[in-house]
Design a protein around this ligand. Sequence first.
Ligand code: 5RP
Length: 229
Amino acid sequence: MNAKQMAGYEAAKYVKDGMLVGIGTGSTAYYLIEKLGQRMKEEGLHIQCVSTSDASTEQAKSLGIPLLDTNDAPVLDICIDGVDEVDPAFNGIKGGGGALFREKIVAMSAKYNIWICDDSKRVETIGAFGLPIEVLPFGYKHVVRKLEEAGFTSRLRMKDGAIYETNNHNYILDTGYTNTRFGTDYKAMEAFVSGLLGVLETGFFLNTTDLIISAGENGVTTIENKNKA
Ligand code: 5RP
């Protein structure tokens, strides 16, 4: 089993009969969804899920996992999702798969959040991955200008030679924030970016998870967040 599979399968154990479950997006969440489908078939597990992306929706449907619209399930028992970078203070970055807005809505709806990852995602200081920002296409260059004035670097995400569009039909700016005037004050940085006209959401998930399940050469590690905001 690879590390992402180990983390995804371990997280599936936290899902209990009757739960409303937020399912994340990405190559680690893939294994979570796979295992949930397997548990439904083998153990008769009954759950209903809210998905964070079209890709996860398709996978869940293919496994017969019942899905609800987020507006029909505003409170979830648990949400399990991947993460791109996380530091020891549980400051997380998400959005590598472009699903950050839906992921944040679903995460904020859940009573308990778990992030699943391979050990490489756990870093001393976040920054190398950058910060994905979902922006409305209309006037996105206004956001670029404001970000650059504040010291961010900014690159419009592309895919197969075309501008990448999120499931919400927006764009993603992949930004670098290690040389901004905010230093490592991520809360201030998040407030600044979120306040820019045209920004839908940022990939900062600051102290929003209850548990990290990480896997690697030494097996599975679980890290509980005792100081969740
Ligand atoms: C998608 C995400 C993913 O959870 C994140 O990119 C991690 O992905 P992976 O499990 O493939 O490494 O935030 O928007």
